[in-house]
Ligand binder design. Structure first.
Ligand SMILES: Nc1ncnc2c1ncn2[C@@H]1O[C@H](COP(=O)(O)OP(=O)(O)OP(=O)(O)O)[C@@H](O)[C@H]1O
Length: 338
């Protein structure tokens, strides 16, 4: 199957700055794919090259097999773009703006009129069809950008931070619309700063930093790589070492006074367990794949005679993994430069 997006060693330089540093990526048809990265990572530059708004310095980029430079029109016709910026013609009613957009992509006037109506309906602003963009509220402007991306009935929908600065209700409405489109077969490429958005919507995500891809995986796989914490409340009192009470991993975290937790040495020796501390009176056992380690942890505690009164497993969030990955990259670079 031809991928929806394929880039090979895509390079974009602005003078000395490499906005994209030989970035290779493949997004399959029908996927809901997320690009995550800090400000300036190169996400918008990547999108701009796909839609012909920026010219690549090197490498190749294809949309449904069409070279984005050599076969610009075919590639562009396959894409519906909702950009970050409000770059909308402000002098016409929004229905007409949609019809002009469809016309530009070779769609006949009657089909364009129907598509415009459907797109406005889909995003919930058909009652504003005869108003100008400037007269819409901020939330409606976001909805309109999505409608404009949909009016050409694209096979690939590209959304550059579609929910930046919108309220919770609108965010959920936008999620519902794009999820429905994806279920109907539209490939979606989404950039976002909201990790929750990526976790909830994306089949796979690429973590982008300084123009390169650090990793591509499902949100679940990425989260599995982080360290989870198993919180266990035991009936027996456990003493903390006063000297360490300033905390090693945050407020309320203390190390356990030597000899004050029966079975501590056995817990620490378990596969995957990194350390055991006290957090607000509960045992906090840091372990990779916390869910899988919990039975062994509980066995040890029970065998040495603790009464277990409560258990909670706190999974690493995608956000923590993301921050860790992008920080590692930064400290690698600083290490080299030092
Ligand atoms: N026209 C331009 N001229 C010079 N530098 C540019 C230009 N456009 C982007 N850059 C630089 O390229 C890098 C990547 O920018 P880009 O906008 O693609 O990042 P981004 O990941 O989309 O960031 P954000 O999340 O803030 O939107 C940044 O260092 C940016 O300053």
């Amino acid at each position: 199957m031809v991928p929806a997006i394929e880039t090979q060693n895509l390079l974009k330089e602005y003078g000395d700055l490499r906005a994209l540093d030989e970035l290779s990526l493949r997004v399959e048809e029908g996927e809901f794919f997320g690009l995550l990265g800090p400000n300036g990572a190169g996400k918008t530059t990547f999108i701009n090259i796909l839609v012909g708004l920026a010219r690549k310095t090197g490498g190749d980029a294809y949309v449904f097999g069409h070279d984005v430079v050599e076969e610009y029109q075919q590639a562009r016709n396959a894409i519906g773009l909702a950009p970050q910026e409000f770059n909308v013609d402000r002098f016409f009613p929004i229905r007409e703006v949609l019809m002009h957009k469809a016309g530009y992509h070779g769609i006949s006037e009657d089909v364009a009129a129907r598509r415009a109506e459907e797109a406005l309906e889909r995003v919930g602003i058909s009652h504003k069809a005869d108003e100008r963009f400037d007269w819409l509220s901020g939330g409606m402007k976001r909805r309109f950008l999505l409608a404009r991306a949909l009016v050409t009935d694209p096979d690939l929908l590209i959304l550059d931070e579609p929910t930046a600065g919108v309220d919770v209700q609108l965010r959920h409405d936008i999620w519902a619309v794009i999820q429905e489109l994806n279920e109907e077969g539209t490939t979606v490429l989404l950039t976002t700063h909201y990790i929750e958005e990526a976790e909830r919507l994306c089949d796979r995500v690429a973590i982008v930093n300084e123009g390169s891809i650090l990793d591509v995986a499902t949100p679940g796989d990425l989260m599995d790589r982080g360290t989870d914490t198993i919180y266990v409340t035991v009936g027996t009192a456990v003493a903390a070492t006063p000297a360490a009470s300033a905390g090693v991993a945050g407020a309320g975290t203390t190390t356990i006074e030597s000899g004050h937790l029966a079975g501590e040495d056995r817990l620490v020796a378990l596969d995957g367990v990194e350390d055991v501390t006290l957090e607000d009176g509960r045992l906090a056992i840091r372990a990779d794949d916390g869910g899988a380690r919990t039975p062994a942890v509980l066995n040890v505690l029970e065998e040495v005679g603790h009464e277990i009164t409560d258990i909670e497993i706190s999974r690493t969030s995608l956000e923590e993994v993301f921050v860790e990955m992008t920080n590692e990259k930064r400290s690698d670079r600083e290490g080299i430069e030092a």
